[in-house]
Design a protein around this ligand. Structure first.
Ligand SMILES: *[C@@H]1O[C@H](CO)[C@@H](O)[C@H](O)[C@H]1NC(C)=O
Ligand SMILES: *[C@@H]1O[C@H](CO)[C@@H](O)[C@H](O)[C@H]1NC(C)=O
Ligand SMILES: *[C@@H]1O[C@H](CO)[C@@H](O)[C@H](O)[C@H]1NC(C)=O
Ligand SMILES: *[C@@H]1O[C@H](CO)[C@@H](O)[C@H](O)[C@H]1NC(C)=O
Ligand SMILES: *[C@@H]1O[C@H](CO)[C@@H](O)[C@H](O)[C@H]1NC(C)=O
Ligand SMILES: *[C@@H]1O[C@H](CO)[C@@H](O)[C@H](O)[C@H]1NC(C)=O
Ligand SMILES: *[C@@H]1O[C@H](CO)[C@@H](O)[C@H](O)[C@H]1NC(C)=O
Length: 439
């Protein structure tokens, strides 16, 4: 259950925008003549390979969602906060030699040229929640892998990309529901990545966005050895968010840094558990970026569920599942239908910049408007606010959270951070500054 909804933030963020369901996509495919010479250069596993990073030798990255371009054009990105940024998304189609790029190609081209003008690496992300629908079939056979890899490398070369991010949500998982799926997904994924690596120019970055546990093996459990992936990927970003949300049993932290200090039943995973799980399975820490959210999750929590002390919020209160508060850009009656026919909404995600703009929190996110209760949970490093009139309870990451996560990145010798999504930080990058200041 959790896994099904765990990544719905990706789509709920997208569907939060009324224009999204009809957003244009542009088709790309491998022409029959495209046969890039196989390249013997293989692994680039340097965590210090980001020579122009603006945060020492640490990676400062995140995803740019194409569907915000009308409100937040590539020219508005605070480029000097980042060493690499990733355009979202390339979506898989039923044909493994073709894929679609979300939104207008001119937005994508502007993104790449802006990135390069600012000495920032430009990547494109393949997949996402809905865009992963045909990932499994696209990598299922040697022929399909070759066709898909060739089409992607051809596209990347023509567009002067510095890398490709794979956001398959998730191998051997019922992701959006009607997605293709196979017990061989992870094995096929690795074979596919080897082929992409072989076809890629030297220095080309290959990355993946992952769950907080390693890729699933044929038995549906996380693999105990993912070291083969570390040989072909430069790095992964663990999406250590959506741990709690409207899909969970109780309200709780969206993106806990730590959960071993929480009551046992509430330990659903964290940034710390994710790094432990991936490194235990053979993925080096210095190739792991910590995924960090620039949004919080809202819940409807009755005042009576908040705890005896009116000034103290309970951390895992019960909430009304049938009354998800409308989040940023949403109305209470908003519904959307995905390509599988599933109806959802509202999603109740509150964007950080929106919470600041509405005056719910200060720019640092460390205090709330008068009339709201504010609390910071030292275990998960999560901020909470509560409006007892509307009964809206929001768990979110603030600058203190981001500083704590920066410290964690430094202590654990991780690659850096990856923010989903960079447009909902404040325009001048308050959250990015906070994490960069400590990592
Ligand atoms: C780093 O930036 C300098 C200019 O500041 C540029 O000449 C150089 O090519 C960049 N290096 C990389 C690896 O992007
Ligand atoms: C890909 O884009 C084309 C239009 O360019 C559209 O007809 C097709 O339905 C899209 N496919 C998917 C899977 O989004
Ligand atoms: C390979 O890709 C084609 C479309 O290009 C698809 O029809 C077929 O089902 C895929 N093969 C497998 C085994 O999924
Ligand atoms: C998985 O791969 C094995 C061999 O690599 C093959 O025999 C089997 O048919 C595959 N299973 C599926 C469901 O594709
Ligand atoms: C292979 O790598 C070399 C650098 O070693 C690079 O010059 C060349 O462009 C690459 N070939 C392809 C087809 O990407
Ligand atoms: C939370 O932790 C910080 C630093 O570790 C400490 O200064 C602060 O007193 C703690 N607050 C609570 C309420 O425990
Ligand atoms: C709390 O919720 C009520 C009811 O929706 C609203 O009128 C009020 O502005 C909110 N308070 C704050 C400080 O946001």
């Amino acid at each position: 259950m959790k896994v099904f909804f765990a990544i719905t933030t990706l789509i709920s963020l997208a569907t939060a925008r009324p224009t999204c369901p009809t957003k244009p996509t542009t088709a790309y495919g491998a022409s029959a003549t495209v046969t890039p010479a196989a390249n013997s250069s293989t692994t680039t596993t340097s965590s210090t390979g980001y020579s122009n990073s603006t945060a020492g030798n640490k990676l400062a990255t995140g995803w740019y969602p194409s569907w915000v371009s009308d409100k937040f054009a590539p020219s508005q990105i605070p480029w000097n906060k980042y060493s690499a940024l990733t355009y979202s998304f390339v979506v898989t189609t039923g044909d493994s030699s073709f894929f679609n790029l979300t939104d207008d190609p001119s937005t994508f081209q502007e993104f790449v040229s802006q990135a390069h003008a600012h000495n920032v690496k430009a990547l494109v992300s393949v997949g996402g929640w809905t865009g992963s629908r045909f990932f499994s079939s696209s990598v299922a056979t040697p022929e399909n892998r070759t066709a898909f890899a060739s089409a992607l490398i051809d596209f990347a070369t023509k567009n002067k990309l510095d890398g490709i991010d794979f956001d398959w949500e998730h191998p051997n998982t019922d992701g959006m529901g009607c997605n293709t799926k196979s017990p061989n997904d992870s094995a096929n994924f690795l074979e596919f990545l080897k082929e992409v690596r072989q076809k890629a120019p030297q220095g080309f970055q290959l990355t993946a966005a992952t769950a907080i546990t390693p890729f699933k093996g044929p038995d549906g459990n996380p693999m105990s050895d993912v070291s083969g992936f570390a040989q072909v990927l430069d790095r992964i970003a663990v999406m250590a968010y959506d741990v709690y949300g409207p899909f969970s049993e109780t309200a709780g932290p969206n993106a806990p840094l730590q959960d071993s200090c929480a009551p046992t039943k509430d330990q659903l995973g964290s940034g710390t558990s994710a790094v432990k799980a991936w490194t235990n399975a053979g993925f080096p820490a210095n190739q792991i970026a910590l995924g960090v959210p620039s949004y919080g999750h809202g819940f409807t929590v009755a005042s009576s569920a908040i705890g005896g002390d009116a000034q103290k919020l309970a951390e895992f209160p019960a909430f009304d599942k049938n009354l998800v508060p409308p989040g940023t850009g949403e109305t209470a009656d908003m519904k959307s239908t995905d390509a599988c026919g599933a109806v959802s909404g509202p999603g109740g995600s509150f964007m950080y910049n929106d919470m600041v703009n509405r005056g719910m929190i200060n720019a640092q996110g460390t205090s709330a408007a008068s009339g709201l209760l504010y609390q910071f949970d030292n275990c998960s490093q999560t901020a909470y606010i509560y409006n007892s009139t509307s009964q809206v309870f929001i768990s979110y990451d603030n600058t203190d959270t981001y500083k704590a996560k920066g410290n964690f990145i430094k202590e654990q010798n991780l690659a850096g951070f990856a923010m989903w999504t960079i447009d909902t930080d404040t325009p001048d990058g308050t959250l990015a500054d906070a994490i960069r200041s400590t990592m």
